[in-house]
Design a protein. Sequence first.
Length: 232
Amino acid sequence: METLWLSIDSSTPRGSVAVVCGTELVAEVCLQVKARTHSDYLLRYAEFLLSEVGATVSQVEKLCVVEGPGSFTGLRVGLATVQGLAQRLDCPVYTVSSLQVMAYLHGPVAGPVFPLLDARKKELYGARYDWVEGVPRCSGLPFVLPPETIASLLPDGALVLGDAAVSNRDCLDGVVAGRLLFGGVASGVPSSGGAALLVARHLDHFPALTAKSLRPLYVRASDAELQKSRLK
């Protein structure tokens, strides 16, 4: 049997769990979280998906998790879940940015790609990606900025992706007068399946991590951290 992967994404309200065998996606389930938290279903769905493909949790050989940016609470839950599984299974973990997954889901393009996610507080998470050797690679660092500021910094012909790009289209497009391209719904949000496929098919680009070394990619300081800094 080829390498069995279990992948988790809880970076947005639409969390997902996926199973990949080798380099092929064999099962994925998504759920739009509203009244509940990701912790209510991640492990349950993981066990369900594995049983549907004739496997058990103990047979998982590699784990993948979306590290952020995204919902602070969601990221903590997802990484804690994977951390517990990694310790239990004694297997490596691979992390991938939510923004990189969105760029990968769209597919290769010739120009720069800017995946955008809602960061609340009238700001968006984003980063620039350029496709190199079949992989979207981040140029610079992820950012969190108001949409009008992002628009003013984008080059002509830039491709912007994500549900946040669509919901802020009037603002983004208005600032630069129609000089942007907008992606479709497939790359609206990250997914656990996309994350695992990206890593499994391009394993040389992603270091194997241990459970203890997992850290969320917040980009913005949390409210607790901001409050702590004010008290110093």
